[in-house]
Write a protein that binds this ligand. Sequence first.
Ligand code: DAT
Ligand code: MG
Length: 198
Amino acid sequence: MVLLLQRGGVRRILQHFYSGNQGNTKRLLPAADGAAGRRGNSTAVPDVRERTLIAVKPDGVQRRLVGKIMQRFEQRGFKLVGLKMLQVSDDLLSQHYCELRTKPFYPSLLQYMTSGPVVAMVWEGHKVVQTSRKMVGHTNPAEAQAGTVRGDFSFHVSRNVIHASDSPEGAQREIQLWFHRKELLNWECCDQAITCEL
Ligand code: DAT
Ligand code: MG
């Protein structure tokens, strides 16, 4: 195995493990040796660098749901690039929810969101904004499908456990609001070429 690592890297290790099933091996391996070029221009290289802000709200933290929620994003294949626990300030929240300032529920929303610590995360991956909204479910948990975070862990809109950015532009704005640039890590996931054809 050491020899394989030295001479051919990950590609050869995969060939070693999948030597009984060459068809699958090919699909599992990254498009190397110009294979991507041979696919032509019709298949765009997927953007695996999209990022979104996910936050476990105070009720989720109090109910010890952080681990279960993080596991869902990990098992979906997304990459964690930022993580922190914080007591959110009124100032941050008013910027975060600036579009909701005129809503009747806004004061109670601020009170709820500052009632205890929040766990904020930045997840990265192909179409992570759209996919994570689906994973999180409808804003009103009473409408959220079973299998979504809100559909599985909550029943009322005033305590819906989790935040997820709703567009790539919104995600950029929110990530800049919640995280300093140096708090976000660029790192290579060892399974990247296995979870997506690059
Ligand atoms: P989402 O969190 O799904 O993006 P949103 O941005 O419209 O939904 O609203 C932000 C939060 O405000 C939401 O997660 C819970 C709260 N909220 C929304 N509508 C509400 C309502 N009708 N009553 C009480 N809280 C509400
Ligand atoms: Mg929203």
